[in-house]
Write a protein that binds this ligand. Sequence first.
Ligand code: IMP
Length: 209
Amino acid sequence: MIPKPTEISEHRPRVLVATTNPGKLREIHKILGHLPIQLVTLDAYPSISDPEETGTTFAENAKLKACYYAHSTNELTVAEDSGLEIDALDGAPGVRSARFNGESYQEKFRTISKMLHERGRTTSTARFVCAVAVWLKDSMIWETIKTVEGRLKLPPQGDHGFGYDPIFYYPPYGRTLAAVSPTEKAAISHRGQAFRALRTDLKHILAKT
Ligand code: IMP
């Protein structure tokens, strides 16, 4: 678990990771958690409501969230927007991945299966995308976008991960991302790649604060 800000040394630079998604937080914490920084989450700001994600691309939404939370908290803010693009469905669910048809992921998977069948398909190439933006005061100071290519595989398989992992088959592993370990997922995933790039550049980013 990510320690509460009050439990951590006051001398380390603060970095706000602006997401409430526990699956994302687990993965991000694994990559940034051991650095000499105070990793702060939105738990420290319970009264701030979520912004409306009005962007049409992952990069736009990551920027919008980073800007919004940086202005609301005055923290160095890291925000990410991510999701699944299915080629046979013209890129859906895309930026709407979290809000896509159906309350549960089982329902979302059924909707995807139905939409594919309506197009005479049972599978499709697909990718996970993760855009990350870092915002400080009035400007964005860093951004990246990373992807991992795979295929849809229904029915869902595996108990690890979160979201669409059980239907995202990664050919080099021969399994879905829910059927591999968190370490195996992080080694190749869109989020793993993006946050490792951030970790590499963090010294330079902190020098600007
Ligand atoms: P966001 O909070 O608007 O960025 O929505 C991201 C959504 O995309 C998540 O709620 C999941 O549905 C999906 N997603 C993003 N990354 C992953 C992943 O690593 N595995 C499975 N689903 C993901």
